[in-house]
Design a protein around this ligand. Structure first.
Ligand SMILES: *Cc1c(COP(=O)(O)O)cnc(C)c1O
Length: 227
């Protein structure tokens, strides 16, 4: 069992077609630091967490060349603590313009640039987080990003419906890709808008087929989470 995590990472890596074009983000939420270190020792450097407090604590104790991503629902009152983490690379889960403004405000105050993805909900599940498609397209159509002082939007993140129906899951990924392309075509001045984060343990191969270039994988690497 010793190299369980390492073996799983290597299996996942070797299963990804076009590995040079697809970023593997290892989701380490609820995993202890020693498990994260096993992945680190298998040369993994990008990890994602879904709670600010937990990410903050782990970032203190773990190697500083880890690049952290945030993928959870972010409350505006936690933005300051999140942005104080030095090796935070990307906030993938910006799900409202209000949150985006709060991030931009804090980043400007701290004198840093924050890198983010807009999370979009394309599913029928209203309980899922993410901006509505119409609101997102309106934001880009009206060039809302021109008002940002210290935030760079690199792309979009989304989840497919939680379903065994592969056609429904595929449909959600196609939808996300279409929105991604539409924004790119509409906003030629949006430099570096090139990340489409979609696909998790159960559906990442399908997501890559439909154009994902960033996958977020947890349980396939660490086993089931004990929450
Ligand atoms: C937990 C989580 C994942 C990883 O899910 P697995 O099924 O364990 O791979 C990916 N993305 C988001 C947004 C998550 O919250």
């Amino acid at each position: 069992m010793e190299d369980f995590v390492k073996q799983n990472i290597e299996l996942v890596r070797s299963s990804i077609p076009r590995i040079d074009d697809v970023e593997l983000v290892v989701v380490s939420k609820f995993q202890p630091e020693e498990k994260i270190l096993e992945a680190y020792n298998a040369n993994q450097r990008i990890f994602a967490e879904s709670r600010v407090q937990e990410l903050y604590r782990k970032s203190q104790g773990l190697p500083k060349d880890i690049k952290w991503h945030f993928i959870g629902h972010l409350q505006t009152n936690k933005v300051k603590q999140l942005l104080s983490i030095e090796n935070l690379e990307l906030i993938q889960s910006v799900d409202s313009t209000r949150l985006l403004d709060a991030i931009d405000h804090t980043a400007a105050e701290y004198g840093i640039t924050t890198h983010i993805l807009i999370e979009i909900n394309v599913t029928q599940d209203a309980n899922k987080t993410g901006m509505h498609v119409v609101d997102t397209l309106n934001y880009f159509k009206h060039k809302g990003y021109h008002n940002l002082k210290a935030t760079h939007i690199h792309g979009i993140m989304g989840m497919a419906s939680n379903s065994d129906d592969r056609r429904l899951v595929q449909h959600d990924f196609i939808h996300l890709k279409r929105i991604f392309d539409e924004i790119r075509n509409m906003c030629e001045d949006l430099n570096g808008f090139n990340t489409l984060s979609m696909g998790m343990s159960g559906d990442y191969l399908l997501a890559i087929e439909e154009g994902s270039n960033m996958v977020r994988i947890g349980s396939l690497i660490f086993g089931d989470r004990k929450k």
